[in-house]
Design a protein. Structure first.
Length: 127
């Protein structure tokens, strides 16, 4: 089954790196991109997005604020926050909003594990 993934990062280069890793793992999945939280929220409201991958550090609202907004809009949508800041507090806050934490630099292994869990959750949203 094919899914749509939203990649949100203010860095075009970072979005390209995540898109490349995602394309390597799931070449049939649709990839959408947003450069900030406002654009991301608009896309989620307008499109059928299944999974979201967010950068933590962005101008305006950061990835944790955006993750909380997205989980409010779409509670069952798998969301991951990607950051080089792996302090216990940041990881805990990410988990508290219902998102997964993926460390930067993002590895295909970490992304694959998150996507496998996301697919399980999408297939069984009651869990």
């Amino acid at each position: 089954m094919s899914y749509t993934v939203l990649i949100v990062d203010d860095s075009k280069l970072a979005r390209m790196a995540v898109a490349r890793a995602l394309g390597s793992l799931q070449p049939d999945w649709t990839r959408l991109e947003a450069a900030n939280a406002d654009d991301a929220l608009q896309l989620v409201k307008q499109s059928n997005i299944d999974v979201t991958l967010l950068d933590f550090n962005m101008p305006g609202r950061d990835g944790l604020e955006l993750a909380a907004d997205l989980k409010h809009l779409r509670p069952t949508m798998p969301v991951a926050v990607i950051s080089a800041n792996s302090q216990v507090e940041i990881v805990a806050r990410t988990q508290a909003v219902g998102a997964a934490f993926l460390p930067k630099p993002l590895t295909e292994k970490a992304l694959a594990e998150f996507l496998e869990d996301a697919v399980r959750r999408l297939k069984s949203p009651a869990q």
